[in-house]
Design a protein around this ligand. Structure first.
Ligand SMILES: Cc1cc2nc3c(=O)[nH]c(=O)nc-3n(C[C@H](O)[C@H](O)[C@H](O)COP(=O)(O)OP(=O)(O)OC[C@H]3O[C@@H](n4cnc5c(N)ncnc54)[C@H](O)[C@@H]3O)c2cc1C
Length: 461
């Protein structure tokens, strides 16, 4: 960007809202894929403070033909917020809670509000915002909406989109769109709110959202079962689902994930476990007591020891902190990992878990998986030394086979993290030519100059 354009931007916002040099700009060139060595380039980081400033910046970019990459908390795992030239627009200053109506179970927040802040505010009002992607202290509501983020409790409560009733967004060439609102139902017109959800910053910039909340459950209870292998663990998952109990979360870890993380498991666990199943129930004290008992019964068959029961509030918090740390524990084995988030029909989970290890073996890389068993969503991971080019190359080839496996098993290439820049090459195989053509046409309707997050999500001919 030449000096004149930087000065124009500084006039549009204020000089301190236009960062053209230094660590803040450098940090904005990466997201959660930084540990895979993925880094972009941009000429400036812009820090608008409200929707009107976002609209002015977009109008300026449209007028000057400058690409614009939107950024929330930068925790994305698909390279979606990594810029490929132009400017990065951070939503971190749009961090106001516009309204909260506890008695009506809803709040309106700006896009830069952190996920954990929404959780805390809801809880202080006796309510719950269920979507719980990891890294919640850093990720933002805007980023969660843009990726339609999930998390462990999506099994019972659904992903982010299920909790968004309306959005305000800035769309090219710089107009503010209001879609939906504090409405629990709305079928007027095509559903632009739903179209924006999961669009990864390629159609518009979400500046605020109306969120639906529910009364927080009185109690929770977690049950963890350990099994000798994938087959017996997946049989227990089938027993839970077939028994009619509806857990809030239904998670798994395979042998490799357990080997990395079991050392810090906050309760007693067998040393040689080949598979773990985690189930959580919530409700009144009586409901939880009943559900936990039923889960223990359903999970006992084939287990290496009686399932572990966790009902104390602090112990449950510590347990989920351990679960959040699994990804880091796996990464620590070799310093890096290439990890995908494919999804398969739940009855194919065992095949996908075992084939992940087999693919790793073929590429001479340790492999493991863990994730959201009830949703058939697995984080298939290959452990790599980031400085070893050969390992990185083999890891990339193994990841491509994971996508092929997911499609073959009737699944999809992403259940959570989105397409970003990393998976665009696999979209056509996953969706087929008709869907790809329609998506490209929708992209052109919203963003005719193709300046919004170019190269991400939607493959363009
Ligand atoms: C340790 C860890 C655990 C994770 N666990 C989960 C999990 O359980 N489930 C899950 O789904 N994900 C998970 N993730 C991925 C990530 O946290 C989520 O995708 C999260 O929702 C991204 O939010 P963000 O604010 O960091 O977005 P960013 O990384 O900043 O951006 C993500 C994408 O959204 C776009 N975007 C951001 N803000 C906006 C906006 N306001 N308007 C339009 N587009 C926007 C960006 O351009 C980019 O394409 C995890 C990541 C980490 C590092």
């Amino acid at each position: 960007m030449n000096g004149n354009l930087a000065r124009e931007l500084a006039n549009l916002l204020s000089p301190e809202q236009v960062v053209t040099i230094g660590p803040e700009l450098r940090a904005a060139l990466q997201d959660g894929t930084g540990n895979r060595g993925i880094k972009g380039e941009a000429e400036a980081l812009l820090l608008p403070a409200d929707a009107e400033e976002v609209a002015e910046v977009m109008a300026w970019c449209y007028g000057h033909g400058v690409p614009l990459t939107v950024r929330g908390g930068g925790t994305g795992l698909a390279g979606g917020a990594v810029p490929d030239g132009g400017v990065v627009l951070s939503l971190e200053r749009l961090a106001r809670v516009r309204s909260i109506d506890p008695e009506l179970w809803r709040m309106e927040v700006e896009a830069g509000v952190r996920t954990a802040t929404v959780h805390r505010i809801a809880l202080e009002n006796g309510l719950m915002f269920p979507p719980d992607p990891g890294a919640s202290e850093q990720s933002t509501i805007g980023g969660n909406i843009a990726t339609n983020a999930g998390g462990p409790h999506a099994f019972r409560y659904g992903v982010t989109g299920a909790w968004v009733t309306g959005i305000e967004a800035v769309v090219p060439p710089g107009e503010v769109l209001s879609s939906g609102g504090p409405l629990r139902k709305n079928v007027a017109g095509l559903d632009l709110t739903d179209l924006m959800i999961g669009s990864e910053g390629t159609l518009g910039i979400v500046t605020s959202a109306w969120l639906r909340l529910v009364p927080a459950p009185e109690e929770r209870g977690v049950v963890v079962g350990f099994y000798p292998d994938t087959a017996s663990g997946c049989e227990a998952i089938g027993m839970i689902m077939g028994s009619g109990i509806q857990p809030t979360a239904l998670e798994f870890l395979d042998r490799g994930a357990l080997e990395s993380s079991l050392g810090s498991f906050p309760s007693e666990a067998p040393e040689q476990a080949g598979f773990a199943v985690i189930a959580e129930a919530d409700g009144s004290a009586g409901e939880v007591n009943q559900a936990v008992g039923d889960l223990e019964e359903a999970m006992a068959g084939g287990a290496l020891q009686p399932p572990v029961r966790i009902t104390d509030h602090v112990a449950i918090r510590n347990f989920w902190a351990w679960r959040d740390g699994v990804s880091i524990a796996v990464t620590a084995q070799r310093g890096g990992k290439i990890s995908e988030d494919v999804v398969v029909p739940v009855e194919s989970l065992a095949a996908a878990v075992d084939e992940t290890v087999e693919i790793g073996r073929r590429h001479d890389l340790p492999a493991c998986s863990w994730g959201h068993a009830g949703d058939g969503n697995l984080h298939s991971s290959f452990l790599v030394d980031l400085a070893d080019d050969d390992q990185m190359k083999r890891g990339g080839a193994a990841a491509a086979e994971i996508f092929e496996m997911a499609i073959r098993l009737g699944g999809s290439i992403s259940g959570e993290h989105g397409i970003g820049s990393l998976k665009t090459g696999h979209v056509e195989a996953a969706l087929g030519p008709v869907a790809v053509r329609l998506q490209a046409e929708i992209k052109r309707v919203f963003d005719p100059k193709l300046l919004l997050n170019p190269g991400k999500k939607i493959p363009l001919p």
